[in-house]
Design a protein around this ligand. Sequence first.
Ligand SMILES: *Cc1c(COP(=O)(O)O)cnc(C)c1O
Length: 235
Amino acid sequence: MNKTNMILQNNLARVEEEIQASCDRVDKPRQSVTMIAVTKTVSSEIAEQLLELGITKFGESRPQELWKKKEALSSKDIHWHMIGHLQTNKIDKTMPLVELIHSVDRLRLINALESFGQSQGLTIQALLEVNASREANKHGFTPEELPSLIDQFNDLQHVSIQGLMTMAAFEEDIEKCRPTFQLLRQLRDDLQSSFSEQHSLTELSMGMSNDYPIAIEEGATWIRIGSALFEGLIG
Ligand SMILES: *Cc1c(COP(=O)(O)O)cnc(C)c1O
């Protein structure tokens, strides 16, 4: 076994242990949360080694990087997730490659996804990104504007909104991330019944390397983990 493989295996075991402990603290089954390995800082070769360790859901925040890795690993059975800002002119090339887009951060994008879905005769699976930490440098809908947009979401026929996504601010004391995750869950609980049947709103994509234990406690169904998996291999 090579060194990279050993480091990956150790990192993965540590993260897995932490996920299990978080689930245990709130009496949730381990299967209630799925990890996406965010491979944006590593090569396709390292991503491939992670795949060999049994991880099959990968996320990328930049379309060009997603295209590149998808091509390099085209023979592999990987489920790709788009987790970053997507320009509308990159929809055609990106969406056919991904299982779920977590980062629908504006109406213009969702309308463009609707058109694309219509032209292709398919339904796009999406999460709405919410700027629940209210940081000026973050993308996403504000918690306040979402309720007023529900009629527009319910008019969509080729986009299915499966839930909400957010990114907490970085905090040394990760307890300080909890209100952000609570806000996202509360928003989902408040809005769920107003959405039409096409939109399940069952998913909460929240939690990254720094804060996933808290996100899991607050109901995350997807966590997006990068640096914790690749510690010792990058930088
Ligand atoms: C990079 C990134 C992650 C992973 O962040 P880490 O702190 O490396 O775990 C998760 N979500 C999004 C949207 C990202 O861009």
